[in-house]
Design a protein around this ligand. Structure first.
Ligand SMILES: Cc1cc2nc3c(=O)[nH]c(=O)nc-3n(C[C@H](O)[C@H](O)[C@H](O)COP(=O)(O)OP(=O)(O)OC[C@H]3O[C@@H](n4cnc5c(N)ncnc54)[C@H](O)[C@@H]3O)c2cc1C
Length: 389
């Protein structure tokens, strides 16, 4: 009998999983019947469309490095694999450290290099030669990665969705308001309009709402919204910076990168948003924190202006800020795909592949993502990642 898989959430994770599932992913049982339920087909509040859409390999854990490397290779091959050029910009990440952060940056870089990542450490003189627009008085070291950059999330999402649909996946508009569970198995989902869909496998790919979706089955998944503002910036006389800058991470916590003829920038929110549905950009943050840090690091940004801004939620894993994959104890056919905490877009291709194989074959296959098993929380295990940006 054909396996019926219902995916709750049609963002990048749901779309990637549908794409991999409909390719069969090594299953002897054949291609499953995949239905993706999405409450808002415009994806206006989906993190996937509100993302900075950047990809790096500069992580402090091998598992995150492996996932992003897979993501980089996938994005590079997207024209052949998806039939879509996702607009990959190969500009790298530059992570800067003061003396305080030097040892951590050195240790992270050593780990990345041991994993085969092309990250190089640059001292102040080398940084000044390569990036003469940086103010480096307080900087001890920078780590510059090669196979890193940014891309267009809508093109990647569209490629996954079109490919999955072409192989039979079905997209349905609806809000999942119930998950039926019987004898420790999820048997289907209920929609707000009263429809019931029977399922052999249910996947929770609801992004920042996946904690709420897990609760529909009585499960405690520690994932919720964490609002971040992305500022759209315009700056006169900074064409050279626009043409050469990598995504640059300042030790003060702000990051910026070129976007079109201008730049985008952001940093952690000073306080949690009170209404998760408001999606209000934090304009005071620009004047109070973002602009002062940027102008101090890049003197040419003195006349920088914020011409726009948007706000979106990280899918924040409160336990350890990393992916939570697969079932929690108690319901072994309810798979979670959640908790990416700001690095989900770049992990979508790898997570989709890994989870599709777990669903179809019962084991991790080409990508061993067992370190990210959602069961780790009950076992008291954590994935400690120092580079959550
Ligand atoms: C400002 C910002 C910057 C970011 N920058 C980066 C970056 O540079 N690099 C990177 O890799 N990642 C980045 N991320 C993180 C990345 O965007 C997310 O990790 C990723 O998009 C999560 O994808 P998702 O499909 O799980 O969630 P989403 O895209 O949020 O999709 C979940 C979908 O589920 C639907 N849904 C929810 N509940 C229900 C329900 N009950 N019934 C039906 N449908 C439901 C929602 O409508 C939504 O469309 C950033 C995120 C933000 C907000």
């Amino acid at each position: 009998m054909t396996l019926r898989v219902v995916i709750v959430g049609g963002g990048i994770m749901g779309a990637s999983l549908a794409w991999w599932l409909t390719r069969g992913a090594g299953a002897e049982a054949g291609v499953p019947a995949v239905t993706v339920i999405e409450r808002d087909p415009t994806l206006a509040r989906a993190s996937s469309m509100l993302s900075a859409a950047s990809i790096r390999q500069q992580y402090s854990t091998p598992q995150n490095i492996h996932l992003s490397r897979f993501g980089w290779e996938f994005l590079s091959a997207a024209p052949e694999l998806l039939g879509v050029d996702v607009g990959l910009k190969r500009r790298g990440y530059l992570i800067l450290a003061t003396e305080t952060g030097r040892a951590t940056l050195e240790a992270n870089t050593a780990l990345q290099q041991a994993e085969g990542v092309a990250t190089a450490l640059l001292g102040p003189e080398a940084l000044a030669r390569q990036f003469p627009w940086l103010s480096l008085g307080d900087i001890a070291l920078g780590a510059l990665g090669r196979d890193e950059g940014w891309f267009d999330p809508a093109l990647l999402h569209g490629g996954f969705r079109a490919g999955a649909r072409a192989r039979g996946a079905h997209w349905a508009e609806g809000t999942v308001t119930g998950i039926d569970v019987s004898a420790g198995r999820a048997t289907g989902v209920r929609l707000q309009d009263g429809t019931r869909l029977a399922a052999d496998v249910v996947v929770n790919a609801a992004g920042w709402q996946s904690g709420a979706v897990a609760a529909l089955a009585g499960q405690d998944l520690p994932v919720g919204p964490d609002l971040r503002t992305v500022f759209v910036l315009s700056s006169p006389d900074t064409g050279e910076i626009n043409a050469t800058a990598p995504l640059t991470v300042d030790p003060g916590g702000v990051w910026f990168r070129p976007e079109g003829r201008g730049f985008i920038a952001g940093m952690e929110a000073p306080a949690p948003a009170t209404d998760p549905w408001a999606f209000e950009p934090d304009w005071p943050q620009f004047e109070e924190s973002v602009w002062p840090l940027l102008a101090a690091r890049v003197p040419a940004f003195e006349r920088l202006r914020a011409t726009g801004a948007w706000a979106g939620h990280y899918d924040w894993n409160r336990a350890d800020q990393n992916a939570l994959l697969g079932p929690l104890p108690g319901i072994d056919n309810l798979f979670h795909m959640s908790g990416f905490s700001g690095h989900g877009l770049q992990q979508a291709a790898g997570v989709g592949r890994g989870l599709s194989e777990l669903i179809l074959t019962g084991a991790w296959q080409t990508l061993d993502l067992s370190a990210f098993a959602a069961t780790r929380l009950a076992e008291g295990r954590r994935v400690v990642e120092l580079n959550v940006i």
